[in-house]
Design a protein around this ligand. Structure first.
Ligand code: SF4
Ligand code: SF4
Length: 441
């Protein structure tokens, strides 16, 4: 099978073996769930419920009029106890609805569009929004917006991201093995919404069983013409949108442009399955698969958990050895976020929980840059990471912008490869935040 890839990137040890054969387990809904009212890129939500009110499983509990938003739903039936500002995995505090689970699992009435093939694009997009679906590959971009690209851009291909290139993570891999039909049915709905006839599913070749599972499912199901699997070289960050498009389509997305500019929409495999679940079965995004791994975890596993479950409960279940933890990460080790506390809830974008020891984090002191150029060679966006660290040291944020800082996808490849342990990604992320906060000229 031909292997597709992109220019640049690194090859960190993938550490998939700990959980790749662990079937997805269902984690019981906890007694309390904390539903953060910001789980997508965009505006925070306004609560639609009050303390003391009973809610049903799948009931919408917060929404916003803002264009860039997606509602959230209760993952349990129970009673709203409080609404208050609490820590969440993206740092800082956010308004949070705390619900006490009554264990009855009483469902709200769920709307569906079973005959989606005869439904309009507008109705399907409205339903995708109503189900609170966002890109669960990590970015949490509202899916109904991504599936409605600007009218002047003609889309011809859906690229489906099954790369899961972050080390340790196997949530998408297990989904491709255990429920490939939901992913393919979701792809068919997304193709219908976009009005296109071609979808290419990119999967790294360190997941041969997932590749075989998806190919078999495409052959077995009806209406899958135009859907194909593309095996990708195992190379980080193969799952970056622009890298996937370059690898599979041979198209280069221009600086600061969207994939739609080159006729492509990218969706994650798990997001496609959510579209199917939402449209055909009416189920909003209230649970997701998370990989729990790292050397400080005695029982690495893949767990399906309700949104709002606390990290601490999941880590206890996986038998965390707290005395060995050097760093707790939400997501993968390359792009994930270090967590100062376990007392934060799972949100729609939580793909992994890693309890890493010093063996895995390699905490070495930063030395002076030796101008080896390795960070430039591996940068998949063709940037000059060494300049960012230099400029950040002198607070030259605007100057960083002139080096196309905002094209950086924060993949961490430059930091990973740097022999001097320069804090490149850290400087980059601070620089990006400073640039975003500056008044537009
Ligand atoms: S500069 Fe940005 S895109 Fe380039 S390697 Fe570093 S983190 Fe990745
Ligand atoms: S990899 Fe590190 S040491 Fe080499 S040029 Fe880049 S910043 Fe300097």
């Amino acid at each position: 099978m031909k292997l597709f890839t992109f220019k640049g990137g690194v090859h960190p040890s993938d550490n998939k073996v700990q959980t790749e054969n662990e079937a997805i387990q269902i984690f019981d809904a906890p007694k309390m769930v904390n539903i953060a009212l910001l789980q997508h890129i965009g505006a925070p939500l306004n609560p639609m419920v009050k303390p003391g009110e009973r809610v049903l499983k799948g009931q919408k509990i917060a929404d916003s009029q803002a264009f860039m938003s997606a509602p959230v739903h209760s993952p349990v039936s129970g009673v709203v106890k409080k609404i208050e500002f609490l820590p969440f995995p993206s740092s800082g505090k956010v308004n949070t609805v705390i619900i006490e689970n009554d264990g009855l699992e009483e469902m709200a009435e769920l709307e569906t569009i079973k005959d989606w093939a005869n439904a309009s694009k507008e109705d399907l997009l409205a339903m995708v929004r109503e189900k609170g679906i966002v890109g669960v590959g990590g970015a949490c971009f509202p899916t109904h917006i991504k599936l409605n690209p600007p009218k002047d851009m003609t889309i011809d291909t859906l690229v489906v991201n099954g790369a899961e290139c972050e080390p340790y993570l196997n949530a998408d891999n297990r989904l491709m093995l255990e429920d490939p039909a939901s992913i393919i049915e979701g792809i068919k709905i997304v193709m219908h919404i976009l009005g296109i006839k071609s979808a290419k599913i990119g999967i790294e070749n360190n997941k041969p069983d997932a590749i075989a599972s998806m190919i078999k499912t495409i052959e077995k199901l009806e209406g899958t013409d135009g859907i194909e699997v593309c095996a990708l070289k195992t190379q980080y960050p193969q799952g970056g949108e622009k890298q996937l498009i370059a690898a599979i389509m041979g198209r280069e997305v221009p600086s600061a442009a969207l994939p739609a500019k080159v006729g492509v929409v990218v969706q994650n495999t798990a997001t496609c399955a959510l579209v199917y679940e939402g449209i055909v079965n009416g189920m909003p995004l209230i649970e997701k698969v998370v990989t729990i791994s790292g050397k400080a975890i005695k029982k690495p596993m893949n767990l399906k958990v309700r949104i709002g479950t606390m990290f601490r409960d999941i880590l206890d279940y996986a038998e965390i050895e707290r005395e060995s933890v050097d760093k707790l990460v939400s997501g993968g080790p390359m792009m994930g976020m270090a967590q100062p506390s376990e007392d934060v809830p799972v949100v729609k974008g939580t793909s992994g929980l890693l309890a890493l020891t010093t063996d895995e984090t390699n905490p070495c002191k930063a030395k002076n840059c030796i101008l080896c150029g390795k960070c430039v060679t591996v940068c998949p966006m063709g940037l000059e990471p060494l300049m960012y660290a230099k400029l950040a040291k002198f607070n030259q944020w605007e100057e960083m912008g002139t080096y196309k800082l905002m094209d950086c996808i924060s993949c961490g490849s430059c930091s990973y490869i740097c022999p001097a342990n320069r804090p490149l990604t850290e400087a980059i992320n601070i620089g990006k935040a400073k640039l975003r906060a500056m008044p537009r000229k």
